[in-house]
Design a protein around this ligand. Structure first.
Ligand SMILES: Cc1ncc(COP(=O)(O)O)c(C=O)c1O
Length: 381
């Protein structure tokens, strides 16, 4: 048995150390230029991000939530208009729909933990105006099925790609399938900044102009105020730092996929454990592994065991799907059976580029030991 390790869920200090010299040089440069708001670094980052994602436009905004809200505001939702969104997501997805004037209606997820096209189709009524697929954990939802349903029913698609920059379905990046997609640069995201940050991706010139207006108090380039807007700009210094990280982004993703392969080869075949698909196993999907979300019926006992072994894990959304936040009063038209079951079983193992192969091996050994012993006990061995 290997010696006990301490493996935090996320290690901000180690990740900062990796790029400390470049970041401090960049911050000194931006500050000495006094370039804080809507400056050249932001413009350059927006161009580079758009090129990276294969989108016509990328617009920096204050955070991923505003990245959802601002394009949704251009959909002119009226009271009673419904937008379908999975129950397995962060509350920000539904909040953006609500703040844009719509009613979020919850849809079930499937075994991939993403919006289930069948539940989506069954949830459509005459009041449904749009759908918000959420590309959770760095995996793009089945966008051919979703776009087909949306087109057949005249629904708009705004993608929550906050966890999925650079993940692809059929070779196309998350956030570029619908009218617009939102990206989050929250510090623990695959492309994280040093505070809050976000972006909108879109191929639609009108939505791009609208988001540019709304993020800056509704001001047009000539200074006229043409809409009631917000202060929702991505800080220039964050954009400058994100440019440095975007240049390394393919390496970050490559490493995450290596770690996911390692998890998969070491955890496959363990009783009572469901894993995300391994990289390279499905031709349509290129996953970036923002998270490594597993399912286990002994979830709480496994977490407690890993904690004793020094391995910190977390459960997204505090273990509650959106339909389980009763005070929000959200409804659904279909059973949310998978989401309900998942809420008792899902958890995240550590996944970030500060992990060594030995760390992952240790996490897998600790997991295997616990679950196989438990299964043996259940069989009376
Ligand atoms: C699925 C999902 N949607 C929306 C958001 C909101 O992003 P932000 O925290 O940048 O506002 C997040 C980020 O945590 C997220 O994970």
């Amino acid at each position: 048995m290997s010696a006990k390790r301490e493996i935090p869920f996320f290690n901000y200090s180690a990740l900062f150390k990796e790029i400390e010299d470049d970041v401090t040089k960049c911050v000194r440069d931006v500050f000495s230029r006094g370039a804080y708001i809507m400056q050249a670094d932001l413009e350059a980052f927006e161009e580079e991000l758009a090129a990276y994602a294969g989108a016509k436009h990328a617009i920096g905004v204050a955070d991923g939530t505003m990245g959802l809200l601002l394009p949704l505001l251009s959909m002119n939702l009226r009271q009673g208009d419904e937008v379908l969104v999975p129950s397995h997501t962060f509350v920000a997805s539904a909040a953006a729909i609500r703040h844009a004037g719509g009613t979020p209606v919850l849809v079930d997820c499937g075994a991939d933990h993403l919006i289930d096209p069948r539940s989506l189709e069954e949830s459509i009524t005459s009041r449904t105006r749009g759908v918000m697929p959420v590309h959770l954990n760095g995996r793009t939802a089945n966008m051919s099925a979703i776009l087909e349903i949306a087109e057949a029913n005249g629904l708009f698609v705004v993608e929550d790609s906050c966890q999925a920059l650079g993940s692809r379905f059929g070779g196309r990046c998350a956030g570029t399938f619908g009218r617009a997609g939102a990206i989050s640069f929250y510090p623990s995201k695959t492309l994280g900044c040093f505070g809050d940050g976000g972006a909108v991706l879109t191929n639609d010139d009108d939505i791009a102009s609208w988001v540019r207006l709304l993020r800056d108090h509704g001001r047009a380039p000539d200074g006229d105020v043409v809409a009631w807007g917000f202060n929702s700009r991505l800080d220039n210094v964050q954009a400058a730092i994100l440019r440095i990280k975007l240049r390394r982004y393919d390496d970050y993703i490559r490493r995450r996929r290596e770690l996911a392969s390692l998890y998969h080869s070491n955890l496959s075949g363990i009783p009572d454990l469901a894993l995300p698909p391994a990289p390279e196993t499905e031709p349509d999907h290129f996953d970036i592994f923002q998270n490594y979300e597993i399912e286990c019926s002994a979830r709480d006992a496994l977490r407690a065991h890993l904690d004793q072994c020094g391995v910190k894990t977390i459960i997204q959304w505090g273990g509650r799907m959106l339909h389980q936040f009763e005070k929000l009063g959200l409804s659904s038209r279909t059973q949310l059976a998978y989401s309900e079951r998942l809420s008792k079983r899902f958890m995240l193992l550590p996944m970030n580029t500060s992990l060594s192969n030995d760390d992952v091996q240790y996490i897998c050994d600790s997991t295997r030991r616990f679950l196989t012993t438990r299964a043996g006990r259940a069989l009376g061995n």
